[in-house]
Design a protein around this ligand. Structure first.
Ligand SMILES: Cc1cc2nc3c(=O)[nH]c(=O)nc-3n(C[C@H](O)[C@H](O)[C@H](O)COP(=O)(O)OP(=O)(O)OC[C@H]3O[C@@H](n4cnc5c(N)ncnc54)[C@H](O)[C@@H]3O)c2cc1C
Length: 441
């Protein structure tokens, strides 16, 4: 191993990754007087919380996390502490299927029966297998398709692998009436944590890709792609599961020396979904205008979410805030299948989907498009997916992964959270805080 050893690169605790989990752990540990260094591959902090200021008319856009899904204690507590405001983002749902718009709160037929049967399930299985077993009758065809779309779209999960127990837990705790958006975006909260950490002598090194980790009990070194070595007595690896699942020759992947075989094998049991998020800012909010009202036969001024049967199926506005931004969403196996499409191809499919839904000419849409961005998170080397979902073996895997290697190498991230807010920033904060508290004990 040839590497530059720089004397200043010593810390009590090294943290790999400046996402929500890494920043939260750094915030807690530096507050408790520990010397912390965060090593972050990208030229920015935040990871999957990525707020962009476009300067094209919109104050902020969220390329990654956007909503606070419920009255989530750690996120709302931090916002209060930081003096950052948030707004209610709950909005009406619409459906566009087979050429027809319908307004409804929830679209899954026989929902109560589904929940009853899931509650009776004794042994976990994939939601796909469960639907085939319990609801194979033709009369449930629409329901089966709605469940498949919901699991792929919302959880960005593969229904052939997603655990029934985890989905039931999530569905029974959902609170659609308490969705929030942060004023200024998630980025403001990430900046707050980073600034607090720096104020307590913490350091954040950007553009620093960790490639190798050498460890022995009570001693650990991280080696970057540039050959720089950092040293500490303990480390938190706070990178996404997709990065830990990737073969070590892939960009962003990390090799452990000596191998940590149990952890490396177990990480493969964590489900990690796929997502493509599409942000389109138009000259005008055409879904609010009289022409749309006339062609669709509906007043869509207050439309929040729109679920459709188009190539890009899910769309939402910024309602209740008035804005000309439409956000498209493709999740789960459908996003995985398109992961190698070019951004232009996805953009064209997105515009075609909008054209079909709102009966607008594709050229008119292109002309009115002020800003368009496609973020294909599955192809980004330092993320490699969307967010975690449970497969049948994931709870057992999490127990192993939540145990540090020889009290020296710890893991943190949204995928290590046990609870109903899985796959969220709250999950990442909870994990980061838990690991920090454990280290401080
Ligand atoms: C499109 C999208 C929309 C979402 N929407 C929501 C939402 O509305 N609400 C919500 O609560 N959650 C949402 N989520 C999920 C949420 O963003 C994540 O759960 C959370 O941000 C994960 O935080 P983390 O710290 O675990 O991981 P990350 O944020 O991924 O942080 C990991 C960090 O590690 C760095 N890294 C990786 N490899 C290396 C390496 N080799 N060396 C150094 N650094 C490395 C990465 O660059 C990254 O900064 C969304 C996610 C996506 C992708």
């Amino acid at each position: 191993m040839v590497c530059k050893i720089v004397g200043m690169n010593n810390a009590d605790i090294l943290i790999i990754g400046a996402g929500a989990a890494g920043l939260m752990a750094a915030y807690e540990l530096s507050k408790a007087g520990k010397k912390v260094i965060i090593l972050e591959a990208l030229d920015r902090i935040g990871g999957r919380a990525y707020t962009l200021h476009t300067g094209s008319g919109l104050a902020t856009i969220e390329l990654g996390a956007e909503f606070v899904h419920g009255d989530l204690p750690i996120t709302l507590g931090l916002l209060k502490e930081a003096g950052i405001k948030y707004n209610l983002a709950s909005a009406s749902m619409w459906q566009y299927q087979k050429g027809e718009f319908t307004a409804d709160e929830f679209f899954i037929e026989h929902w109560d029966l589904l929940i009853t049967r899931l509650n009776q399930l004794k042994q976990d299985m994939s939601i796909n297998a469960f639907m085939q077993r319990e609801f194979s009758d033709d009369k449930y065809e629409t329901m089966r398709e709605s469940v498949r779309k919901y699991v792929s779209g919302y959880d960005t999960a593969d229904p052939q692998k997603a655990s029934c127990f985890a989905l039931l837990n999530e569905w029974q705790h959902e609170d659609e009436s308490a969705q929030h958006r942060i004023v200024g975006g998630y980025g403001t909260l990430m900046n707050y944590l980073a600034n607090e950490c720096k104020a307590n002598s913490g350091e954040i090194h950007l553009n620093t890709i960790v490639k190798d980790i050498y460890w022995e009990p009570g001693k650990v070194s991280a080696i970057t792609t540039g050959g720089i070595a950092y040293h500490a007595t303990k480390m938190i690896v706070a990178v996404p599961p997709g990065v830990l699942q990737a073969p070590t020759q892939e960009r962003g992947a990390i090799a452990f020396h000596p191998l940590i075989t149990e952890h490396s094998d177990t990480i493969q049991q964590i489900g990690f979904g796929s997502v493509i998020k599409i942000l389109l800012e138009f000259d005008e909010a055409f879904w609010e205008n009289e022409q749309t009202k006339a062609t669709t036969g509906h007043d869509l001024k207050d439309m929040g979410f729109l679920l459709s049967d188009e190539d890009v199926p899910t769309w939402w506005t910024q309602f209740p805030e008035r804005s000309t931004l439409l956000t498209g969403w493709l999740g789960g196996p459908e996003a995985e299948a398109k992961k190698d499409f070019s951004e232009d191809e996805i953009l064209m499919q997105a515009l075609q989907s909008i054209s079909n839904i709102f009966k607008l000419g594709i050229d008119d849409l292109k002309q009115g498009l002020r800003y368009g961005q496609v973020v294909n998170w599955t192809t980004l080397p330092f993320t490699r997916g969307s967010y975690a979902y449970d497969k049948v073996n994931s709870p057992a895997a999490r127990k192993i992964l939540n145990n540090p290697v020889n009290s020296t190498v710890f893991f943190a991230g949204e995928y290590l959270y046990d609870g109903p807010a899985m796959g969220t920033v709250e999950a990442a904060f909870t994990s980061g805080k838990y690991v920090a508290e454990r280290m401080l004990k």
